[in-house]
Design a protein around this ligand. Sequence first.
Ligand SMILES: Nc1ncnc2c1ncn2[C@@H]1O[C@H](COP(=O)(O)OP(=O)(O)O)[C@@H](O)[C@H]1O
Ligand SMILES: [Mg+2]
Length: 356
Amino acid sequence: MVLTLSLRSFRWPEETTEALREVHLQARPGQILAVTGSSGSGKSTLGRILAGQLPGEEGLLEGSIELAGQRITSTAEHPPRIDRAAWGAHVAFVPQHPREYLSAARSTVAEEIAFGPEQRGIPRVQQRRAVADRLAAFGLTELAGRDPLRLSGGQQRRVALAAATVLHPPVLVLDEPTAGLDAAARERVCADTFEAARAGTAVILLAGEGETVTLGPHTLPADPRLAAEHAALLFQDAEDLFTERTAQRQVEIFARVPERVPQVLERCGLTGVRERHPLELPGAGRRLLGIACALARDTPVLLLDEPTVGLDAAGRRILLRLLRERAAAGGIVLVSTHDAELIAACDAPPVVLSAD
Ligand SMILES: Nc1ncnc2c1ncn2[C@@H]1O[C@H](COP(=O)(O)OP(=O)(O)O)[C@@H](O)[C@H]1O
Ligand SMILES: [Mg+2]
């Protein structure tokens, strides 16, 4: 695990409501984690937290982040002091507005991309090779001599992406990386993102609604094994969490509102087995019970790791219906999957983050 975030809440100063609540995520080498949501749902705020930029002087963060074996805890009374340079060596962040990323001290695109390797004291020959590689990867070779601040927004985004990936950071956080790009540039960004993951980077994608579609097999490199290996996202194996003697009891211990447990069991098709021992349920039943536990927590964010694995056709139907309902009700649904059918189903966006 290169990065683990366990965030109870984040509130911007002057705001009465929290921008983020109960966001728990883990980034593992070689995995791509997509966090999607509508505008105002907190994606960029989350990105800046992951980038070590918050809470800083602003904002109140309750929670902890573990990065490269070091754990940083933040409370309202004791915000952490973060060494941005040290953090930056582990996490590269490309903000939503790429201009924020560009240093302004560099007069050409090639120099901008060379900035990180220079700081790191990488030998010149290697620097040049790395820069040429990034220029080619993002179709920037012809723009190498141009002033980054005089490029279009889409071009600046490609420069920022090239610069952020030149040192192959262990964690790469991309805030709406394909927004404002044309189809060719989008494809480059997707291909490069998968390439980065294949090379072992943990990629966290903060995507606008509907953008997860770009993670679908149709934009993957032709090799479907790549999708299976690297688009397999994350999160808890619910079965590891089973501690109780009955399915109903198991859901109750996760439930925020215990009175709603019967309804959750019913929605998940588990009413008939509510008195059974969780581990005695058939595979599909165990998966559905895990999903029921997650639903019952009633958190703004719902995280599902490979939720379709082990489900039968009836279970799949239940799952898809639940995710759509949850999204329609304004919940954040985070699905990690390499299940092509589930990804396709996400087209009718079951993966939605609410704006409050
Ligand atoms: N610098 C800031 N100061 C105060 N509030 C902010 C700031 N940046 C974002 N917010 C608020 O935080 C919430 C989430 O915004 P943001 O993270 O930008 O969402 P998204 O990236 O999903 O569109 C919004 O209500 C927004 O107004
Ligand atoms: Mg944003």
